[in-house]
Design a protein around this ligand. Structure first.
Ligand code: NAP
Length: 468
């Protein structure tokens, strides 16, 4: 398996990288273990934070150049790439700033003498997807390097230049080889890493198939895994949702990253026949107005999807939806220009027996539903195997919160699309995975909260009174 940059805007292969040899992998594992035991976990929090802050500074200083690399690897619009880089830098800064508080030993008030100490576990393997090639790495690396763990990252095979650039940023920031290592590994080599006793945990962001394979391997080795998998997030629009702001939010929720986001608005569910017609008209006009072009041109508003393979998969799903009774209200075809561009597409009449009804559609495709009331909207939102994010739009915030709580997901937003910030946890339920990244929850996923219980010298053993 080669690691290739195939520019999605042109379809041309621009760079090719060899996978690592088994001997190189062995050396990386040795270096990581040595670095964990003798260097990184021994450094002060301030020392680790200084390197992570420097990495954030480098990302911000070089954002234009890095954005171009991201765009050539996976087709992202340059403005959105810069937004992703700023978020990535903010994540690194946030965990560098907050680690000391998080890692402070916590005495247990109800158990005198007992304290929880945060200790790192060791080497973590991170298997990451291409869609947010810097953000995905930052949300593992920021928290986990601050905890004192070290990370071996296997990035997606279509973003090799992003993978190398991130590693270079880390190295130049003063994160030593061994604390963060990129590997161009095969699937078999990923298995070898998981099997290695020095590796103490695995986190994967990607598809259900990859998640199940990696989690199964980790479980056989009695290792913890965190899975951040796919989604089919619903956006519920209640009767009183303000019209224009809701359409603008729907567009950002749907079209960010050409719809290739796990938490993209994949299904829009509008309550009320008349409002349904109005929203469909507005969404059709807004999505039709996007202009395909070179993603490096700031005037372009519609990026290609990540690859020809991804485009073909989307076309197959659209065709299956149509054959299953759906109406293609907008788009549905490839755009006649070089590269892997898909017309912004809206599907209506997607009923429960349609093959795509319960599938994730990972691209600029919206399924649009009209329902009679709130209860039907919630039932439809929950009628998928996924449970990642979701959103509800309404002028009544209490009602919004109640509906948000009724959505079966790890995250739900009222009057905003599902979004990520450094401070908020990210993750799902059902087939969207388990565990969390970011926030204190994500920070703590790979920490040994070690109990140390201290009794006074000369204390009698527990149960001594009862034993008489
Ligand atoms: P994917 O095929 O699962 O790839 C993700 C990563 O897993 C890549 O590095 C890939 O390597 C690797 N991989 C694939 N099969 C593997 C296996 N059997 N063993 C070990 N590693 C394996 O996912 P994708 O289709 O590129 O990404 C899109 C999916 O990710 C969507 O479902 C999306 O919703 C989900 N996603 C979820 C989140 C979240 O936070 N919940 C965020 C972003 C994306 P190769 O590239 O070398 O195959």
């Amino acid at each position: 398996m080669a690691y290739l940059t195939t520019n999605p805007a042109t379809g041309k292969v621009e760079r090719e990288f060899e996978t690592i040899t088994d001997a190189q992998l062995t050396a990386i594992l040795e270096e990581s273990e040595d670095c964990f035991r003798n260097d990184w976990s021994k450094r002060s929090i301030a020392d680790r934070a200084a390197a992570i802050h420097r990495a954030a500074d480098i990302i911000r200083d070089e954002q234009e150049a890095i954005a171009a690399i991201m765009s050539r690897d996976m087709g992202k619009l340059v403005g959105q790439a810069i937004g992703e880089l700023q978020l990535s830098a903010a994540i690194l800064d946030y965990y560098a700033d907050t680690a000391a508080g998080f890692l402070t030993p916590k005495p247990l008030p109800d158990a005198p003498g007992a304290t929880l100490h945060a200790q790192p576990l060791g080497i973590l393997l991170a298997v990451e997807p291409w869609n947010f090639p810097f953000f995905q790495l930052a949300r593992v690396v920021g928290p986990q390097l601050m905890v004192g763990n070290v990370v071996i990252a296997k990035h997606a095979s279509n973003v090799p230049q992003c993978a190398l650039t991130f590693e270079s940023v880390m190295r130049r920031a003063g994160v030593p080889a061994g604390a963060y290592s990129n590997i161009f590994a095969t699937t078999d080599q990923v298995g070898t890493v998981i099997d290695d006793p020095r590796v103490r945990g695995v986190t994967l962001t990607g598809s259900e198939k990859a998640g199940a394979a990696v989690a199964e391997r980790a479980a056989r080795n009695l290792k913890k895994s965190v899975l951040e998998l796919g989604g089919s997030d619903a956006m519920i629009v209640l009767e009183d949702a303000p019209f224009e702001a809701t359409v603008m939010n729907a567009m950002v929720g749907k079209m960010n990253n050409a719809g290739q986001s796990c938490v993209a608005t994949k299904r829009m569910i509008v309550v009320g026949e008349e409002r349904g017609k109005q929203f469909l008209e507005a969404m059709t006009a807004a999505m039709a107005s996007l202009k395909a072009g070179d993603p490096l041109d700031p005037a372009t508003t519609l990026a290609p999807v990540s690859s020809e393979g991804a485009l073909q998969g989307l076309l197959r799903q659209i065709e299956a939806a149509r054959a299953g009774g759906a109406t293609v209200t907008l788009g549905g075809s490839r755009i006649d220009r070089g590269g892997s561009y898909l017309e912004p597409t809206i599907l209506t009449d997607v009923k429960p027996d349609n093959p795509v009804y319960r599938q994730e559609i990972f691209g600029p495709v919206l399924t649009f539903h009209v329902v009679p009331d709130e209860a039907s909207a919630i039932a439809l939102a929950n009628d998928v195997p996924f449970g990642l994010g979701g959103s509800v739009f309404t002028a009544d915030l209490e009602r919004g919160e109640r509906v948000a709580l009724a959505i079966e997901s790890g995250m739900a937003f009222v009057n905003g699309p599902t979004w990520s910030t450094p401070q908020m946890p990210f993750g799902g339920v059902k087939n969207s995975g388990y565990g969390r990244e970011l926030s204190q929850l994500g920070f703590g996923e790979f920490v040994n909260w070690k109990l140390v219980a201290i009794a006074p010298a000369g204390a009698m053993p527990p149960g001594a009174d009862a034993a008489g």
